[in-house]
Write a protein that binds this ligand. Structure first.
Ligand SMILES: *Cc1c(COP(=O)(O)O)cnc(C)c1O
Length: 373
């Protein structure tokens, strides 16, 4: 994150995206690390996530990227959050719970839909309906933003279309006479590939955890922050023809050694990981049989010791299981894998003594019962 901060002009603000438990890495720890690295803002998807950060004592401005339920606006105001508005109706509904001229400012980031088709204002008419609500004395338009659909892809045609549309929309903003503090559009891929898209602020999620479109961005070198290890809890020998797993999903074609690993689909290691490998004793070993809720079985290279280290992501000896290979296997980006890691997977942190000292109470909350190291 420090490298990302250093790569940006001082005038560009850095918003660290710590939604989904910091893409699985721990929300509070990720937010604290981002703050230390010079982040100006935090972003989360949902109000619940912002509450956790404020409870932990986080003082940075926090943007909630998804419109909250209007009736929760008083709580959001109390927590000093910045809210996303994606329609005039939402802001009108909010007025039931935050009457005009009542105490407190509504800090708003207006979301524009330039082609992702998820949330946001798409047409000039929708914008014109929203503007009068934005003119209220107690509304601060802190931001005006959009999000790209293809920023991590080699073909830039659609990104250019979205950029052009956003330029038109920025003119709507400028000509409205509203004071708009920050125009922003770039997530990790766009910010790293196209520095001119940084505008007033970048919203960095994936790259802060070491995920980025490596084949497209050669100027930075980022390492994934996370590795995942477990230990064998059981070792046995199957005879040729023996079955294994629910539904007899695997049958030994020879006498073979099998190890059981205490991680399963409830921890985010879903059936889609079938066909991938793990590392044990510095060698690759395939997952065999259906992955269970709490355990999975692997075909061992030989009679390994109970308690032997199993690496599901990261380096062991000379071998490495990369996020890239797992992501390619499931047909999605690396962050789907990290963000799916469940609360039973204990997180341990390195190089964060200062963070630990400061966030001790919160980190203890994140110690879970399962002995996945
Ligand atoms: C998740 C998210 C981001 C972060 O994107 P990365 O590609 O992970 O950097 C930025 N903006 C919005 C609106 C998001 O939902």
């Amino acid at each position: 994150m420090l490298n990302i901060r250093k790569s940006l002009p001082d005038s560009v603000k850095l918003m660290a995206v710590v939604k989904a438990n910091g893409y699985g890495h721990g929300d509070i720890e990720s937010a604290a690390a981002a703050e230390q690295a010079g982040a100006d803002y935090l972003a989360v998807a949902y109000l619940e996530e912002a509450i956790r950060l404020r409870d932990a004592g986080m003082k940075l401005p926090i943007l909630v990227l998804t419109p909250i339920r209007p009736e929760l606006t008083p709580l959001a105001l109390k927590l000093d959050l910045s809210l996303t508005v994606a329609s005039a109706k939402w802001l009108a509904d909010v007025r039931v719970y935050k009457p005009f001229a009542s105490a407190g400012k509504l800090r708003i980031h207006v979301k524009m839909d330039t082609g992702l088709g998820r949330i946001g204002i798409r047409t000039k008419r929708e914008w014109d309906e929203l503007v009068p609500w934005l003119r209220a004395e107690d509304v601060e338009v802190d931001g005006f933003y959009t999000h790209f659909a293809t920023a991590g892809q080699a073909d830039t045609a659609f990104l250019e279309r979205q950029t052009a549309r956003f330029a038109e929309m920025k003119e709507w903003g400028r000509s409205s006479g509203l004071t708009i503090r920050h125009y922003h559009c770039a997530g990790s891929a766009a910010a790293l590939r196209f520095p001119h898209l940084a505008m007033d602020m970048v919203r960095i999620g994936a790259a802060m955890y070491g995920f980025y479109p490596e084949q497209l961005v050669r100027s930075v070198k980022l390492e994934p922050a996370l590795s995942l290890h477990s230990r064998l809890i059981h070792v046995k020998k199957l005879a040729k023809g023996d079955y294994l797993g629910y539904g007899n999903s695997y049958r030994a074609d020879e006498d073979e050694w099998i190890g059981t690993v205490p991680i399963g689909y409830a921890d985010g290691w879903t059936q889609r990981m079938q066909g991938t490998e793990v590392l044990i004793e510095g060698q690759r070993a395939p997952i065999v049989g259906k992955i269970c809720m709490d355990q999975l079985m692997i075909k061992l290279p030989g009679p390994c010791a109970d308690g032997a280290l199993v690496t599901l992501i990261g380096l062991q000896g000379e071998q490495r299981i990369t996020f890239a290979e797992l992501a390619a296997h499931i047909g999605n980006v690396a962050q789907e894998i990290s963000a799916s890691l469940g609360p039973r997977v204990a997180r341990t942190y390195t190089d964060t003594e200062e963070v630990h000292a400061r966030w001790d109470n919160q980190i203890r909350r994140n110690e879970f019962k399962q002995a996945v190291v």
